[in-house]
Design a protein around this ligand. Structure first.
Ligand code: UGA
Length: 439
């Protein structure tokens, strides 16, 4: 395998994982971020996001001299050993006006680096960007001697390193066959199937994948609701359809709704992309609406569990929430269904006490302002009228539920992830309310 000199611009989830993993594959990587404090910490081997295996990989890259961190994009291009041959743009593309991705950061960096790019090098868009961004990047760079490639990333928070090093596929899109093949070759050691295509198709793959996953989850959450009405069991239904290899078992767990920094943003961006071509993407719109409704549905479930009626009042009810992150294995609370549900519960007048192994009380975070955050799960159970499982942290399964039962006012638990074992809970004296189960 050829060792390439690579610059990675942006040291967020995607950028840092890309940089550390490419270094571990034997390339020489310089990673830039505008946050000087973060760069300093990374130079010292400190990784400030919760991501398994990433700190070890960063330390390994630093020690081997294959990975370094700098505070400017142009410094990353210069890198040790000469000019970068491949430049990855791993920049934030937050939701902009109307739901379309905001490309401000990508455009600013493209303009900043244009003059300093080495002749013959390749600029790779790895951020999730609207269709047409590779073409736009080419215009912004204004360099005929530089190729632009779209190479979307499919990593999940919490398993980012594993996903990068064991990908289901590599997707590379470019108008230049040679540039596409050179980018694909960076990953050759991974032995993954590779889709070489045009830039627009590669850009669309990323949205198409995330939107498909979102639709799959909204479908499962709808099935769970139907199960409740029909006295059927969602676990049996998803097992039954999951064995069909065309459906598969993964991404079939019902929950409080899908969240995080990607699925909500990308589904809305895809709607905008469709709208811009006058295509009404009804299926996707319905998946988003189903997801918005799911949060209210969880609140109704809590209301029924606590008051016995859909019209009952939650005013001054004390609720213990277990889990605030958008899923287990991460400290990320961006667009977390847990926080959306917490906000609805607060609006209904409930008093909230919460525990999450990855979230500490923080007075400067407005989204946590009305929640009393405690640092152990038993404190979240103290004198509450019900407990609500919102994130599927495995630790919650093995709590001492008999001890928890003695702490609460009433042993009622609403399990929006179907995480707990109902038999264990029942033996410990709890009334357990899952989702998609017989009454
Ligand atoms: C998602 C995609 O899974 C990645 O492939 C993609 O690369 C990434 O977005 C991205 O665009 O960067 P991520 O946001 O880390 O990854 O989270 P997921 O693991 O996909 O979970 C999304 C949401 O679905 C979470 O709220 C999770 O709790 C929920 N979920 C997931 C369920 O409710 N049930 C399931 O069975 C699976």
């Amino acid at each position: 395998m050829f060792e390439r000199r690579i610059a990675v611009i942006g040291a967020g989830y995607v950028g840092l994982t890309t940089a550390a993993c490419l270094a571990s594959l034997g390339h020489r990587v310089t990673c830039a971020d505008i946050d000087r404090g973060k760069v300093q910490r990374l130079q010292d081997g400190e990784v400030d996001i919760v991501e398994p295996d990433l700190p070890a990989l960063v330390a390994e890259g630093l020690a081997a001299g294959r990975l370094s961190f700098v505070a400017s994009a142009t410094a990353a291009l210069a890198g040790p050993g000469g000019g970068a041959e491949v430049v990855f743009l791993c920049l934030p593309t937050p939701m902009g006006v109307g739901g379309l991705a905001d490309l401000g950061a990508v455009e600013a960096v493209a303009e900043e680096i244009a003059a300093d790019l080495k002749a013959g090098c390749i600029v790779v868009d790895k951020s999730t960007v609207p269709v047409g961004t590779a073409a736009r990047t080419r215009v912004l760079l204004g360099r005929d001697d530089v190729s632009v490639v779209s190479n979307p990333e499919f990593l999940r928070e919490g398993t980012a390193v594993q996903d990068f090093l064991h990908p289901d596929r590599i997707v590379v899109g470019s108008d230049s066959q040679d540039a596409a093949e050179r980018v694909a070759a960076l990953y050759s050691r991974l032995g993954a199937p590779t889709v070489l295509t045009d830039p627009a198709s590669a850009e669309l793959v990323k949205y198409a994948a995330n939107c498909f996953l979102a639709m799959k989850l909204s479908y499962v959450n709808s099935l769970a609701e139907l199960c409740e009405r029909l006295n059927a069991d969602i676990g049996a239904v998803t097992a039954g359809i999951g064995y069909d290899r065309r459906v598969g078992h993964s991404f079939l767990s019902p929950g409080p709704g899908w969240g995080g920094s990607c699925l909500p943003k990308d589904t809305r961006a895809m709607l905008q992309i469709a709208d811009s071509t006058d295509f009404e993407f009804r299926l996707l719109r319905a998946a988003i609406e189903t997801n918005d409704r799911q949060r209210q549905r969880m609140v109704d479930k809590i209301r029924i569990a606590v008051t016995g009626s859909r019209a009952g009042s939650l005013s001054r009810t004390r609720l213990g929430l277990l889990g605030l992150t958008f899923k287990a294995g991460t400290d990320d609370t961006r667009d977390s269904p847990s926080l959306a549900i917490a906000a609805l519960l607060r609006q209904a007048g409930a008093v909230l006490i919460a525990y999450d192994p990855a979230v500490a009380a923080d007075p400067v975070r407005p989204e946590l302002a009305d929640i009393m955050i405690v640092d152990e799960p038993y404190l979240a159970a103290k004198d509450v009228d019900a407990l609500v499982i919102l994130t599927e942290w495995p630790d919650f399964r093995v709590l001492d539920w008999a001890r928890m039962a003695k702490l609460v006012r009433r042993p009622v638990v609403v399990d929006t992830r179907n995480l707990l074992d109902p038999d264990v809970l029942s033996r410990a004296g709890w009334a357990w309310y899952g989702i998609g189960h017989r009454k």
